[in-house]
Design a protein around this ligand. Structure first.
Ligand code: NIG
Ligand code: FE
Length: 410
């Protein structure tokens, strides 16, 4: 048995009962904490915590957290971190005034990444994604959902999913895989949607399910990408293989997909830079969590997801990076939290809830991660010296994470 004792913690933050799966509405303002606390880890699991004076005397390792906060590590429920090369030439185009849609129409965008991915070896893809994961861990992230969707061919998608499987096997971080074959129509299928859907649903999906390569299914439901009808067809096909949807919706246009996603028992609806009153109404009393991606809003200069409208209507909200080469080339959850405070008027407590327990829910790991709960995995952030928790999002662009413990190891 291996034990680690963290003592003299200024404040132990995000303490929740085991039955709390997510927090919604006004509950998000509260972040249950214990001042002057200890936390004991045994074999990678939170064994106990309490007031510092009740701390056990001995442990294999003792960490002194005087003046520091301890909180659950971030759960980043929406990323595309397996990709080849970068898209900094499009960044330059964007500076010169082109929009995301205009860049895509010129052959840039997702198709540009797909071309590069198909030319890149599995080993290279693994290596670059591994480095991104490592950087994300240093920013305080312990769980990452990773999507396919830059293959857009049978071999390309399989290659991406094998890379994600290898990341799952080798990384200490908790990883979930999502099939996003429906990220864009490849050029050769531009006027043959039926042909591409056939490839996705009749050839790829059964193979992927057979090899147990993914946990969820996703579609980029958007004008010039996949229609609501096409999205529904893909989600129904995924459901036959037991895959729950996590769907890109309402990024540039409201097409009415949120209602359909809720009806398809989606785990999450992501982006929502635009959201209608009807969308809010259908999300109420549903099991579907909205996920906001403020890094994408910053990078593309598009509206921020209206968090106040969502939370003040009583809904839950999770935050994620969307880390990808085209619309959000950053896996930094600390920056995401700052952006959500600055541009979405969320409080420090709300962003921490959104990035921990609600992020965990949005990738179905809330039973093992996302809060300080006895029996959960000891995936923790120890901050640098900080006068209050608000210092974390306040210090935008800095990283106030001093140490990250993943399954009891740092
Ligand atoms: O979540 N919106 C669709 N997919 C990604 C962007 C992908 C890309 O541009 O490469 C997103 O923003
Ligand atoms: Fe995305």
């Amino acid at each position: 048995m291996n034990s680690i004792l963290i003592r003299n913690i200024k404040s132990l933050v995000g303490i929740r009962e085991a039955n709390v799966r997510l927090v919604r509405g006004a509950e998000m303002k509260t972040l249950p904490a214990m001042e002057h606390a200890f936390l004991l880890i045994e074999d990678g699991i939170i064994k106990s915590f309490g007031k510092n004076e009740d701390a056990p005397e001995r442990a294999d390792e003792i960490i002194d957290a005087t003046g520091k906060f301890v909180l659950p590590a971030w759960c980043d429920s929406h990323t595309h971190i397996v990709y080849a090369g970068s898209r900094e030439n499009e960044f330059a185009d964007k500076i010169n005034g082109l929009t995301y849609e205009e860049i895509a129409a010129r052959g840039g965008g997702i198709l540009n990444s797909a071309k590069r991915l198909n030319e890149t070896s599995e080993e290279e893809l693994f290596e670059s994604a591994w480095q991104r994961l490592d950087e994300m861990k240093n920013f305080g992230t312990c769980a990452v959902e990773i999507k396919s969707g830059y293959g857009l061919s049978y071999e390309g998608e399989m290659k991406m999913l094998r890379v994600i499987r290898k990341l799952k096997e080798k990384s200490a971080l908790t990883i979930k895989a999502t099939f996003l074959g429906a990220h864009a129509y490849p050029k050769q299928f531009k006027s043959n949607h039926q042909g591409y859907l056939k490839l996705l649903l009749e050839e790829l999906l059964p193979k992927i399910a057979d090899e147990n390569l993914v946990d969820f299914i996703d579609v980029f439901c958007e004008t010039n990408y996949f229609s609501v009808e096409e999205t529904k067809r893909i989600l129904e096909a995924g459901a036959k293989f037991g895959l729950r949807p996590k769907v890109h919706v309402n990024q540039f246009n409201i097409l009415g997909a949120v209602k359909m996603c809720v009806e398809q028992n989606a785990l999450s609806v992501d982006h929502l830079e635009l959201i209608s009153d009807e969308d809010v109404a259908v999300l109420k009393n549903s099991e579907t969590i909205p996920v906001a991606l403020p890094g994408c809003s910053l990078f593309l200069k598009i509206p921020y997801t209206p968090a106040r409208k969502i939370i003040d209507s009583g809904l839950p909200l999770a935050l994620a990076t969307d880390c990808n080469p085209g619309s959000a080339p950053s896996g930094n959850m600390n920056l995401v939290n700052s952006l959500a405070c600055i541009n979405m008027n969320m409080t420090a407590e709300e962003v921490i809830n959104a990035s921990t327990i609600n992020g965990a829910y949005a990738m179905e790991v809330e039973k093992e991660l996302g809060s300080i709960t006895i029996g959960k995995k000891a995936n923790l952030v120890i901050t640098k010296l900080a006068s209050s928790l608000t210092m974390l999002p306040y210090s935008f662009g800095s990283n106030l994470v001093e140490r990250v413990i993943v399954n009891g190891n740092s």
